[in-house]
Design a protein around this ligand. Structure first.
Ligand SMILES: Nc1ncnc2c1ncn2[C@@H]1O[C@H](COP(=O)(O)OP(=O)(O)O)[C@@H](O)[C@H]1O
Ligand SMILES: N[C@@H](CCC(=O)OP(=O)(O)O)C(=O)O
Length: 383
């Protein structure tokens, strides 16, 4: 990759590209499919695939298309209704994609994920292998959340986050978020006509300094608005993926952006990236509890790169088993790290504040000298 004079990036080699398209771009105000957008999207993805890139499409639209099919005027409010409507829409959506891709002789695959699929390490690795195999077969996987079976506590909830997790899982080079605005603005351009366009974001944290106002409400059919797109860009940047928020009405712009044109808002990836296992701990696992630490333990973890010992724990919150993910917090409740625990909450209640040598006397056995080993611990600032 080389930097262009206008700030864009020019790409010569084969890249792994994840493209997410939102409901607001796939459907018209009437709720019916935006056929010309889908046709251009399909042509663009096939062109990228034929140019030697590996392509994954994350497509929303199951709920929106299901609503149109059932003549519902607004997005369902109850979970069971949403799940039923998504089941109607997902099949139709894939039928349309298959017709378009087949006319360009491009095989596709449907991959429906729930958050649980990425929480368990073996399923996470298995999902990675499936994507790798599909890409080797030159198939374009089309991913969506498995809305019909996902339970509330273990949902991605929005496809921006899902697409970033997929980009991190497969080690993508690019994540494109296609939406109904052409880029990020200093405020929601729908309600602020004076909002200023933002072309490049070197660090996601910089948005706070720039005082960018991010509406959390999406369009009529969209889910997360800009908030979830920024969160997706943060997850992707931490995984070394470059994110671009760009206009869903013009999917053909993807080719221009890959060729170096500066369109949309580009988020630079981090230069040093945590390894895949640490990213899985920080981004895919859902914390089941909190451990509050004394100042000495906070310092040992934050600056000393040490494991967490029982002596440094002052309080435990939540009920969890061994090998669960927990948040490690300072006395003020601020998260400083995340990690996988070697003891359950009831075991920790007995050994907290004690020296590691006392564990076997208190519990009658020792699973480990550490509560969270440093290999299973990720500092929050680093991600
Ligand atoms: N700072 C901002 N810059 C651009 N758009 C914003 C901003 N804050 C909120 N938005 C809103 O986010 C919407 C896109 O989110 P959403 O409707 O969820 O899209 P999608 O269906 O593509 O995921 C835009 O239509 C816009 O009104
Ligand atoms: N999984 C849902 C989409 C959820 C979602 O994030 O929607 P959007 O904000 O339009 O990208 C569906 O297929 O309807």
């Amino acid at each position: 990759m080389t930097a262009c004079a206008d700030g864009g990036i020019s790409v010569a080699q084969s890249q792994t590209v994840v493209v997410k398209i939102g409901t607001s771009s796939l459907t018209k105000k009437t709720g019916y499919l935006a056929i010309s957008v889908i046709a251009t999207l399909v042509e663009t993805l096939c062109a990228l695939q034929n140019a030697g890139h590996r392509v994954i499409l994350v497509s929303s639209g199951a709920v929106g298309v299901g609503c149109a099919r059932l003549n519902l005027a607004e997005r369902p409010k109850t979970i069971s209704m949403k799940q039923a409507v998504a089941a109607v829409g997902q099949g139709r959506l894939m039928r349309v994609y298959d017709d378009f891709f087949t006319s360009l002789n491009q095989p596709i695959a449907q991959v429906l994920l729930t958050r649980t699929d990425l929480v368990q390490r073996s399923r996470y690795v298995n999902s990675y292998r499936t994507f790798r195999q599909l890409l080797q077969l030159k198939v374009i996987p089309i991913v969506n959340e498995n809305d019909t079976v996902a339970i509330e506590e273990l949902r991605f909830g929005d496809n921006d986050t899902l697409s970033a997790q997929v980009a991190s899982l497969v080690g993508a080079d690019w994540l494109f978020l296609l939406t109904d605005v052409d880029r990020l603005y200093s405020a929601d351009p729908r309600s602020n006509p004076d909002a200023q366009p933002i072309h490049i974001v070197e660090h996601v944290e910089q948005l706070e300094d720039l005082q960018v106002q991010i509406g959390d409400r999406g369009s009529q059919w969209g889910t997360g608005g800009m908030l979830t797109k920024i969160e997706a860009a943060r997850i992707a940047a931490n995984a070394g993926v470059r994110t671009v928020i760009t206009d869903g009405q013009h999917p053909e712009n993807l080719i221009k952006i890959l060729a170096g044109e500066s369109l949309g808002t580009q988020f630079s990836p981090k230069k040093t990236v945590a390894n895949a296992r640490k990213r899985w701990i920080a981004q895919s696992l859902v914390p089941a509890g909190k451990l509050y630490l004394d100042a000495g333990a906070v310092k040992a973890i934050q600056t000393g790169g040490k494991s967490l010992l029982p002596a440094g724990i002052t309080e435990i919150e939540g009920e969890f088993e061994q090998r669960s993910s927990v948040q490690l917090c300072d006395a003020q409740g601020q998260e400083i790290a995340r990690g996988i625990v070697n003891y359950s909450h009831s075991e920790l209640a007995q050994i907290m504040g004690h020296q590691s040598e006392e564990i076997s006397k208190i519990l009658g056995y020792t699973s480990s000298d550490t509560v969270v080993h440093r290999d299973n611990l990720v500092i929050s600032q680093s991600l």
